[in-house]
Structure formats: C-alpha cells, structure tokens
Design a protein around this ligand. Structure first.
Ligand code: LMR
Length: 332
C-alpha cells in the first residue's frame, strides 16, 4: 500500500448499535488520518441488509472527504466481504442480556467465528489486522485465528480496551485527576468478570497510582469489581449492552496498534500468548500490556507482578482455559 492507497475496513454487525457508532468515525479521517481514503465494507446478516441501505445514505450525507467507497455484503458471502480488506472489526454476534455471563454466549457465538476466520484467510489483504469485539471476544478470537493459520498470529486482537478505559475513568475519578493524567493501565486475562485491571503498574501524573491513591482497600476491592462488572451494570441501567463506549474502545484499539505508544505507557488488548511472557501459558488469547512502534507491537516488558496480581491473573487465565475447553470441537 502506498501512503494514499485507500484502506479497506470491514465491519461485521455493521447495522447494530456498536457497528453504527463505529462507521462514521472510521469514515471521518479520525482513525487513519485526513489524507487516507477509507473504503468501508459493511457486513450484516441477510435479514438486516436493508438497514445498511439507510446507513449508506447517512454516510453519503456526511460528505466525508476521506470516504472513498461503501460496499455492503451479507454474511452468507464472507469471502466477498473480506476481499482485500486491511482491517476487520468483528462486532457481529449475539449480545449478552441481563443475567447472562459472557461465557453463556460461547456456544451461540463461537461457530460464527469459524467461518469468519476461514474467509479472512481466503480473501483479506496480506497485511490484514483483526479486532474481535463480539463476546466472548477472547475465545471468539482464538476460534477465528485457529481457522486462519496463514494469517500471522500477531495480527489478531480481542478487545480489552473497554476495560482499560473503564479502569482509567475509575482511577481518574478516585484521584480527582483528569483521565489524561492516567497511564500504563493493563488489563490481564479475559474480557469478563474475572479480568484483572492492574493498578500496581498504573501511573497517575507519572507516579505510581498506589502512591497517589492511598486507599489500597479500594484499589484491591471496589476498583477491580467496578471494572469487572461494568458491562453488566450498563446492561442493567440501559437495558442493552454498552454500544458507544464499546465502539470507542474498538477504535482506540485500532489507533493504539497503528500509532506509536508514548514512552512509559502501554495499551491493553488480548493477543495470542506464545508462552514467553509473564508465565502465561501458550495457546490462549489473553489481555497483556502492549506497546506499538506504529507498525509492530510487543508485550510490554518490566511489569511488576506481585503475589496479589499473580493470584488475580491465575484466576482469569483459568477461566480462559475453561472457555477454550468448551469450544475444543471448534478448534482445528
Ligand atoms: C461490555 O463489557 O460492556 C461488553 O462486553 C458487553 C457485555 O456483555 O458486557
């Protein structure tokens, strides 16, 4: 791709609430820059295709200078939908309702990601990168990537950025500092109620969060549970799962991958564990602290994992192993 070649971005579940909140920002130049044309591939299940016509009209009506095309595909034709795409945002899935845990979705949504992985491998551009949003996103990502063995594993991300952003907001509110003062917030493990939002390595105005927030009982207690339970709290209050904040986090993930990470900071995403980092076993898609140079990312080194953190990480890794075992028949 040259600097001015259009970037093709596919979004599944494009007419759903998260998809809808994602498309306009992708088209606007905010994510890939004011000089990078964007071609959107909108993907939906056949009964919802008509809604895409309305979204296309609205995209037209924004007259974004960066929007170079809109294509619509139904999910029965995934290879056409993913043809030559450079980024894929996998939103399409059955969302969680009140009273469900994300793991309850595993047998419902898992199979979708088998065909998705195969189609991405068959049709996407050689530089494709994929962000999985549909829940349970870590295990859905594991399923999809397992069916796309020719797509390098470092191209796959499952979204823990929403948890990172939630953790940043909580730390900002507790410390009375703006969100811009909070950095180095890692989310370990699963995007679920077992995740570990890491306050030990978090910084506020460059200082350890634990030295700025002296209420350590809050950090070890309410802070963690608030972040872990935030998705359920939103479902309860809104009657529907988070949409705008989830879309925002998906876009933050893309931005963090394609832009250099500030010195001393990290971003959170779940990636394939190769077994070489922080004692986490290979073969799971798990949240890590990451840094990017704008092209390549790596697991951030030097994070302190004390006994408390280790016990939290062990719990969420155990859940990921359980999820993997539940979908063994979907893994080749
Ligand atoms: C969230 O964290 O808000 C989303 O993953 C939706 C959910 O089911 O919690």
């Amino acid at each position: 791709m040259t600097a001015t070649a259009p970037i093709r971005v596919a979004v599944t579940g494009a007419a759903g609430q998260i998809g809808y909140a994602t498309l306009f920002r992708l088209a606007s130049g905010e994510i890939f820059g004011a000089h990078r044309p964007v071609i959107l591939h909108l993907i939906e299940v056949p009964p919802v295709m008509a809604a895409l016509d309305g979204i296309q009209m609205e995209l037209d009506d924004c007259a974004f200078p960066t929007l170079a095309g809109v294509k619509k595909f139904d999910s029965d034709h995934l290879e056409d939908a993913f043809r030559d795409v450079n980024f894929v945002i996998l939103v399409g899935s059955v969302p969680r309702k009140q009273g469900m845990e994300r793991a309850d979705l595993i047998r419902i949504n898992g199979p979708i990601f088998t065909s998705t992985g195969k189609a991405i491998q068959a049709a996407a551009a050689k530089d494709v990168r994929i962000v999985v949003v549909g829940n349970p996103c870590n295990t859905n990502c594991l399923i999809a990537m397992s069916h796309a063995p020719d797509v390098p594993r470092d191209r796959w991300f499952a979204m823990t950025r929403l948890d990172q952003n939630r953790a940043v907001a909580q730390l900002a509110q507790k410390s009375g500092r703006p969100t811009a003062s909070i950095s180095n917030v890692a989310i370990w493990g699963n995007h679920s109620a077992t995740q570990y939002p890491d306050f030990v390595n978090a910084k506020i105005d460059g200082k350890p969060a634990t030295s700025v927030i002296t209420d350590h009982a809050w950090l070890k207690g309410d802070f963690i549970t608030t972040v872990q339970q935030r998705g359920a709290a939103v479902i309860k209050a809104r009657g529907a799962s988070s949409a705008a904040s989830a879309a925002n986090a998906a876009l933050d993930t893309v931005k963090s991958v394609i832009r250099p990470t500030a010195a001393g900071d990290c971003f959170s995403a779940a990636v394939w564990s190769d077994g070489n980092h922080y004692g986490i076993e290979a073969g799971l898609v798990t949240g890590f602290p990451l840094t990017s140079d704008g092209t390549n990312w790596r697991v951030a080194p030097g994070f302190q994992v004390d006994d408390f953190s280790k016990s939290q990480i062990d719990k969420t890794i155990a859940e990921l192993k359980q999820e993997r075992d539940t979908v063994r028949d979907l893994l080749p």
